[in-house]
Design a protein around this ligand. Structure first.
Ligand code: KE4
Length: 426
């Protein structure tokens, strides 16, 4: 029963483009009417028609502690009692920055902003300021937010000039963005051999999460680090999604990569608007007001986001849930593969701790071209079948599904049982 969501969606579309404030929420990839959330607690989200779902979207990653974690709620209550924004420094900003600096070895100083987009946009500006170069490199299928120079898709071939991926992005902007295939170390080396000295930076998702989950293959990230270092370009590792999710010290600690700049978001705001970029002090001191690279934000480091983020990071440090999260993700993904097999459905389930994607594809799924070749109609059928079973999966094969620390063995077994039924309808 979705009457109220249908009415709400109709009303929303009259005053908001597509009825949503971020495109993926409109369910364009899977069809149907998106449910409108009413409230949530723990692993459950309830829509305005009273339907309850196990939430595998978790606001696209921030809610690693689950919905309305009591410590996060208490921290927000305390902050709210004092005020919502001051426009002058607060100690909370320093405390959150200190947690990030203590956790991420490559970060000595960090600037807080309001979104992942602001974080990556600012990091690239810093790389361009520090190198005096303008060319940037990203990977096909990686998403780093909606800054003009990042809304660029691959031209034909491997390392070619980018083409605008959105209306409103001028060719003059897109042409400074080079696109390479993800997981292609040879393409990285070839590009740097040709143009290395004109490249300001490479930005990469250390685990791809925006074309579905695609882990880096051995040597891929290392090749980027080696080539950027050799050519005086900076390496930006975009941990907006993976930061404090795959490991407390980030994906960079798992894969042994030392970025020049790390971007963060999502988890460090505990569900409130946030982003951050950080690196060595000498580099970060080039950012205004200490240096010539300008960046600002009215609500950057606001007391609510910093309170929620600080409570989240402190709880993660205390719980140290990462081994358990890893085991539960393995357990869930094995269960999903077995459920699909039992129903005679071919899937490849890619995963890293606390995030996964079910691809309707024989595998391996190691880059964007493979994801494009997966069966999107089967994905949509699975999505709706899971919804009927009371599970809210991400509404696109190009997205990651997420676990929280509250997705325990009982929830995992329930998810596998529901998937067993859902795969029968694919
Ligand atoms: P925001 O500007 O949406 O806070 O962050 C942009 C961003 C940057 N870098 C990475 C690695 C990201 O995953 C994101 C945003 N992730 C998407 C999920 N695919 C946000 C969901 C949405 O766009 O609504």
């Amino acid at each position: 029963m979705m009457e109220h969501s249908q009415e709400a969606f109709d009303a929303a579309r009259r005053v908001i483009p597509g009825g949503v404030n971020s495109p993926v929420r409109a369910w364009s990839n899977v069809g149907g009417t998106p449910f409108f959330a009413d409230h949530a607690q723990g692993v459950k989200v309830v829509d305005i028609d009273g339907n309850e779902y196990i939430d595998m979207v978790l606001a696209w990653g921030p809610l690693i502690l689950g919905h309305r974690d009591p410590d996060v709620v208490n921290a927000l209550d305390d902050a709210l009692a004092k005020g919502t924004a001051f426009g002058v420094p607060t100690v909370l900003e320093t405390l959150l920055a200190e947690e990030v600096v203590a956790a991420v070895d490559s970060v000595q100083k960090v600037r807080l902003v309001n979104s992942g987009t602001e974080a990556t946009m600012s990091a690239i500006r810093l790389a361009r300021a520090a190198t005096g170069r303008s060319m940037i490199v990203k990977f096909e299928g990686n998403y780093h937010g909606h800054a003009d120079f990042l809304l660029v898709k691959a031209g034909s071939g491997a390392s070619t000039f980018g083409n605008p991926d959105s209306a409103g992005v001028p060719q003059s902007i897109a042409r400074d963005t080079l696109i390479l295939p993800y997981n292609d170390a040879e393409a990285v080396r070839t590009l740097f051999a040709e143009r290395g000295r004109s490249i300001a930076c490479v930005i990469v998702e250390p685990v791809a999460g925006n074309m579905g989950v695609i882990p880096p293959e051995p040597g891929f990230l290392q090749a980027i680090r080696e080539e950027t270092r050799k050519n005086g370009a900076l390496l930006i590792v975009d941990e907006v999604m993976t930061g404090f999710r795959v490991a407390y010290k980030g994906a960079q600690s798992i894969y042994g990569i030392e970025p020049d700049i790390t971007t963060l978001g999502k988890v460090i705001g505990g569900g409130l608007p946030v982003g951050a970029y950080g690196g060595k002090a000498e580099l970060m001191d080039q950012v205004a007001p200490t240096g010539p690279m300008y960046q600002a934000g009215t609500l950057s480091g606001n007391p609510l986001s910093t309170a929620a983020g600080l409570a989240t990071l402190k709880k993660l440090l205390a719980l140290d849930p990462y081994q358990v999260l890893s085991e539960r993700t393995d357990h869930l993904c094995e269960g999903l593969e077995q459920a699909a097999k039992a129903a005679g459905v071919t899937v490849t389930v890619n995963h890293v701790p606390a995030m996964f994607t079910v691809f309707f594809h024989p595998g391996p799924v190691r880059n964007f071209q493979a994801v494009k070749g997966s069966d999107h109609q089967a994905f949509a059928r699975f999505f709706h079948a899971m919804l009927k079973q009371g599970v809210s999966m991400p509404p696109s094969p190009y997205e990651a599904a997420f676990l929280s620390v509250l997705h325990d063995d009982t929830v995992i077994e329930d998810l596998v049982r529901k998937a067993r039924e859902a795969f029968k309808e694919v």
